[in-house]
Write a protein that binds this ligand. Structure first.
Ligand SMILES: [Zn+2]
Length: 308
């Protein structure tokens, strides 16, 4: 605990003293240097911000592609990235507490938006909270994985936040928001049609990720391979899972690229199940999943392949 605090203080010290140097270093090479920088913790949120902000802002993703927000700790590299930003956007509800901690340390120096604050969340089905340092379970943070939740809640919150900070671009943000909401509605309609014909509606997820998507399309995430999002499951947990899968005749297991697939492979072998890869995060350099819509279409195509 003491070590963590010391590390955080060190990061903040680096961040505060390094601020000007970072600005100078990026002014010459970045063509977007005139634009205000918005920092988002995870890629899907960054992409939504990009679509709403259009050419008025520059958006940077904090979490490197392939990393899990549940494991992540801020390094000086990310601290420097944050220091360029005028606005830090996190999901909250325990998904990305590392960003919230940094933002608190920077109070007054940059604006902060925690998307899930003020939203009614689904209960988090995982046995414990993503961040065990947070005592009360605020709910399930995986809110971006349901296009309608994004259309009705997340996207308007992002647009409002941008509009508050840069009122001169309010009109552009609102136009972009409407355009985005239309596309989200289309995405939802097309997946509703696909999902209506699924032969199987139940699956085992890798960690408790798909509750919003499941609720929207009548799919059921029965249980997760991981007992806790950030930890390898115990032998006892896996044994219980094998029994459950046999009793309920579950055969579809979805893993995620950000986690070690081994426990899911063991489970699949034991129950004669099949393993597919869903991706809740994508990334700028992840081929075929490098914007929100590509990412969601990828996931929908995997769901179709597995559940049809
Ligand atoms: Zn998660």
């Amino acid at each position: 605990m003491k070590d963590k605090l010391a590390a955080l203080l060190l990061i903040l010290a680096i961040l505060l003293s390094g601020c000007n140097a970072v600005e100078k270093a990026t002014v010459s090479d970045a063509k977007d240097s005139e634009k205000p920088v918005v920092v988002a913790t995870i890629f899907p949120i960054a992409d939504l911000l990009k679509q709403i902000g259009g050419d008025k802002i520059e958006v940077i993703t904090l979490l490197p592609a392939g990393a899990s927000p549940h494991h992540f700790e801020i390094t000086p590299k990310e601290a420097k990235i944050i220091s360029r930003g005028k606005l830090l956007v996190s999901v909250g509800a325990g998904l990305d507490p590392w960003a919230e901690r940094i933002a608190k340390g920077l109070a007054g120096q940059m604006a902060e938006l925690v998307i899930s604050d003020g939203l009614t969340l689904l209960p988090f089905k995982g046995k414990d909270h993503h961040d065990q340092n947070i005592p009360a379970n605020k709910g399930d943070p995986h809110i971006w994985l349901d296009p309608i939740f994004v259309k009705e809640k997340v996207a308007p919150i992002l647009a409002e936040s941008l509009g508050d900070l840069w009122p001169q671009h309010q009109g552009a943000f609102q136009n972009n928001l409407l355009n985005l909401q239309e596309q989200l509605e289309e995405l939802h309609q097309s997946f509703t049609q696909l999902a209506a014909d699924f032969a199987e509606r139940r699956f085992i997820s890798f960690h408790s990720t798909w509750a919003y998507l499941g609720k929207r399309y009548d799919l059921s995430e029965v249980e997760s391979v991981l007992e806790y999002p950030g930890e390898e499951p115990s032998a006892g947990w896996l044994a219980g899972l094998i029994k459950l899968a046999q009793r309920e005749q579950l055969g579809i297991i979805f893993i995620e690229p950000q986690f070690n697939p081994k426990p899911a492979e063991i489970l699949a072998q034991e129950i004669g199940g099949r393993v597919f890869i869903l991706d809740p995060l994508g990334g700028e350099n992840v081929d075929g999943r490098d914007d929100y819509f590509k990412l969601m279409n990828y996931n929908f195509s995997i769901l179709q392949e597995a559940l049809k």
